[in-house]
Design a protein around this ligand. Structure first.
Ligand code: HL5
Ligand code: SIN
Ligand code: MN
Length: 265
């Protein structure tokens, strides 16, 4: 798969780009099943909501579940990512934000690159986030809200703002924008929340301002996010390197392989 010139222009200009029906129903069903399997694996990579016993997020499912290992190499994702970042890319992070029915809590307004600069000493925002809708995303189940074009202004904040919400990962709560910062940006640029059927893909810039509201609907909103980094832009040394489930250390350039996501028996 290749993006058209217009799609590349839109991504650069607005900081995100959605493409519908990249994955079919069978593939999405297989990814959902793999996610459910991964929910049963205890460990630090599995983050629970503050209240109750719902899963909030799971990291690095590609090292445990073959469907996700195939997914990160599919030409449908790697093709566009290489167009945007160049030929030499590797997987930096993979997570599923689960946002369960009734229980899924908010994700505070933030810019991803600030998290990775502070926590991992990542030199430059030479990454692409690829979101894959594992459920239909509507206005009801807590869609991601973007401030279009906000990546163009670089980082808005410069440090951690709150006490630590989670020790397992850096929750956006800890680096969230102030109300004043957000209000100013939104006045200038507005907000957009792309909806779409399961199987939709959204490419988004590591500096775009985004966040999402709690899910008070009876419908789930599972969002997988695979983040690719340019080889050469690896995290530099830090006093306390974060665990491998958060930051992938294997920086060998990924080659596209058209392995089926649905296991063939
Ligand atoms: N939770 C991620 C991490 O690397 C950072 C956030 O949306 C990405 C800001 O710990
Ligand atoms: C969300 O899942 O709504 C937030 C996504 C993100 O911050 O990466
Ligand atoms: Mn984010």
């Amino acid at each position: 798969m290749r993006l058209s010139e217009e799609q590349v222009h839109n991504y650069r200009d607005r900081g995100y780009l959605t493409v519908e029906s990249v994955f079919d129903e069978q593939e999405v069903a297989a990814l959902r099943e793999a996610f459910l399997r991964d929910c049963q694996v205890p460990g630090e990579q599995r983050i629970m909501e503050d209240k109750g016993d719902a899963v909030r997020a799971i990291y690095s499912s590609h090292v445990r579940q073959s469907e996700f290992a195939a997914l990160i190499r599919t030409p449908r994702l790697l093709g566009p990512v290489k167009q945007l970042l160049g030929e030499q890319v590797y997987l930096f992070q993979l997570k599923v934000n689960a946002k369960g029915p009734f229980t899924g809590d908010l994700w505070a307004w933030h810019q991803d690159f600030l998290a990775w600069k502070l926590a991992d000493n990542l030199p430059a925002p030479r990454l692409v986030n690829v979101g894959i809708y594992l459920d239909e995303v509507t206005e009801f189940n807590g869609p991601v809200i973007f401030v279009p074009g906000s990546h163009q202004g670089g980082l808005v904040g410069d440090g951690r703002r709150h006490a630590t919400k989670s020790i397992q990962h850096l929750d956006p709560d800890d680096i969230s924008l102030t109300p004043a910062q957000l209000a100013e940006l939104v006045e200038e640029r507005g907000m957009e929340s792309p909806k779409g059927p399961a199987g939709t893909v959204i490419f988004f810039d590591p500096q775009i301002v985004h966040g999402s509201a709690p899910n008070m609907s009876p419908l789930p909103r599972k969002l997988l996010i695979a983040t690719y980094n340019q080889v050469g832009n690896e995290p530099r040394p830090v006093a306390e390197p974060r665990p491998d489930y958060l930051i992938c250390r294997d920086n060998r350039p990924l080659q596209a392989t058209d392995e089926p996501l649905v296991p063939t028996t």
